[in-house]
Design a binder for this molecule. Structure first.
Ligand code: GRF
Length: 211
């Protein structure tokens, strides 16, 4: 008999949810020792909600509209996550910026995935930004979330060469393949423990204490 996984994740989405699927698959395959306690979307029409339901995961829509402030919305998210004893929050295409409410509730425990080699090309349309700039290598970054957009300590990066004739869509598709490897890997590193943040740096030590 194997022990039930104890690491409880909350995954926040706004759209199609392929990174959510990568996490679900990694858990199912035994590559990631965790359980997804809840998937929350700010949009009722996010296709990722159906992926979660198919996997038997609890889902919730917390619409961002209609709250008096960003803080109020974040407090609602924190309530739902804490009610399910979530320890680590994974942003997987969640198109909202957090206030301090969320960051203080989950210090160094919120991860985001961004399809460029940060600090290059933060923000929207990073694949288009990379092509417009003319870089020859791009990739994916998984980082801890801080108050600065797409600028927290880097947990995992994977590179993707730009090919002649690439469009934002073709580059995005090749980066996405690496995203699906990078996210489970980064979540695993965070859950395994034995790391600290020094300045901007995510530093791993040899002994791993569980978080
Ligand atoms: C991904 O490219 C991710 O890096 C970015 O938003 C996109 C979400 O895609 N933050 P999906 O919903 O996981 O398929």
């Amino acid at each position: 008999m194997t022990a039930a996984p104890t690491h409880r994740l909350g995954v926040l989405i706004s759209g199609r949810g392929t990174n959510l699927q990568a996490l679900i698959d990694a858990i199912d395959d035994g590559r990631l020792d965790a359980t997804i306690a809840v998937v929350i979307s700010n949009r009722a029409d996010a296709a990722g909600l159906e992926r979660a339901r198919r996997a038997g995961i609890d889902t919730l829509v917390v619409d961002h509209r209609g709250w008096p402030s960003r803080e109020d919305y974040d407090r609602a998210l924190v309530r739902e996550l804490q009610a399910r004893a979530v320890r680590v929050v994974c942003l997987a295409g969640f198109m909202r910026i957090f206030s301090r409410e969320m960051l203080e509730a989950f210090p160094n425990a919120i991860l985001n995935i961004h399809p460029s080699l940060l600090p290059s090309f933060p923000g929207l349309e990073p694949q288009r930004q990379a092509l417009d700039y003319g870089v020859q290598v791009s990739g994916v970054t998984v980082h801890l979330v801080t108050m600065d957009l797409d600028a927290g300590p880097i947990v995992v990066q994977r590179t993707v060469p730009v090919q002649p004739g690439d469009t934002p869509d073709t580059l995005a598709a090749r980066i996405l393949i690496e995203e699906h490897k990078a996210y489970p890997e980064a979540v695993g590193l965070i859950l395994q423990g034995g790391w600290r943040v020094e300045g901007r740096r995510f530093v791993r030590s040899s002994t791993g204490a569980e978080v």
